[in-house]
Design a protein around this ligand. Structure first.
Ligand code: UDP
Ligand code: MG
Length: 323
């Protein structure tokens, strides 16, 4: 894209999945907060295949506000990909990523911008606690981040999520990574740059329910672990080694015992148990291998990250884009 006449300071990227009732209040608060921050902006709503009337609402909002535009995916591609699409489309000198359910208070952006002006390029919102989440989710989240901290290649700042400001340099770095199994939290940490946290209180979801049920969270966690750690692949070498040494020891033991006391046939239970145990271990390691191979397969296919079915923007913007 050619350098356009007005590059906005901030591009706000907002993934949307069935959030109709939240969009109008969000738009109002966002516009107000950005005016207070004293920056020029554009907002890119990425409709991630919603089945409610989110897109109608976005069309209406974009008709009223030329600084808004919306992309609509051909189906649900997931939040991580929706964020990538929004960043692809962003023209600003920096980008702010935020949820559309008002859990991320737009007013915090004012503090993000202050930090950005001080020279920070990766300014992340840091939630103080997880009291607004269900108890079980909090526990699983805790376990997952501990695992990632121990075995992962990146260290994630505690409480940091997608709500953040990224300088253009950081945005471009992020966009240079076209992996399909995206785990944004890992990517934000991986790119580095001068980073700082801004504490904020997570509000309750304004309307509707969380889109992340248990299965989705598990698959998200697997993506995170496997994209940022190869320990699950490597650990089998050591498990295999330990088991082999144990088996050798066992063989020695039986040999000595046979030499001293002769053969006593009944050995059926030990046999069955050990066969079952070792088959289990082998299947687990094969399964882990399979998880990685499946991910390699997905990347190798080289399919596009997402497909846009519709693009909504004011005439002024589309006229400019065609130049
Ligand atoms: N979202 C999305 N695609 C999805 C699921 C969620 O774009 O497949 C959006 C959703 O509309 C919201 C944000 O991602 O703006 C966070 O989702 P949600 O509030 O359901 O997650 P939680 O806050 O419970 O982590
Ligand atoms: Mg939410």
């Amino acid at each position: 894209m050619s350098d356009t006449i007005e590059t906005p300071d901030i591009s706000v990227v907002i993934p949307v999945f069935n959030e109709r009732a939240n969009l109008r209040p969000l738009a109002a608060r966002l516009t107000h907060a950005l005016a207070q921050a004293g920056v020029s902006f554009e907002a890119i709503f990425v409709d991630d295949g919603s089945h409610d009337a989110s897109m109608e609402e976005l069309r209406a909002l974009c008709a009223q506000e030329p600084r808004f535009r919306a992309l609509s995916f051909s189906r649900n591609f997931g939040k991580e990909v929706a964020i990538a699409a929004g960043l692809d489309d962003a023209r600003g000198r920096a980008a702010v990523i935020m949820d559309s359910d008002l859990q991320h208070p737009p007013e915090v952006i004012i503090k993000f911008v202050e930090k950005w002006r001080e020279g920070y390029k990766n300014v992340y919102g840091q939630r103080a606690d997880r009291t607004s989440d269900p108890k079980m989710r909090t526990i699983f989240t805790e376990v997952f981040y501990r695992l990632l901290a121990k075995f992962g290649d990146v260290s994630l700042p505690p409480g940091a999520g997608d709500f953040r400001l990224l300088d253009r340099q950081a945005v471009d770095a992020l966009l240079s990574m076209r992996e399909r199994a995206r785990f944004n939290k890992g990517l934000y940490a991986w790119i580095g740059f001068k980073s700082i946290g801004v504490p904020f209180e997570v509000d309750a979801r304004a309307s509707g329910v969380s889109k992340f049920n248990f299965t989705r969270l598990v698959s998200f966690a697997l993506d995170g672990l496997m994209s940022f750690s190869s320990i699950p692949l490597k650990v089998w070498t050591y498990v295999g080694l330990a088991i082999s040494i144990f088996a050798l020891g066992l063989a020695g033991y039986y040999w000595v015992r046979t030499m001293l006391f002769g053969v006593d046939t009944p050995g059926f239970p030990t046999l069955v148990v050990s066969i079952a145990f070792f088959s289990g271990v082998q299947l687990i390691s094969l399964g882990v291998l399979g998880e990685y191979v499946a991910r390699i397969f997905n990347e190798v296919k080289g399919r596009p990250l997402y497909l846009v079915a519709e693009r909504v923007e004011s005439d002024k913007q589309s006229g400019r884009a065609k130049e």
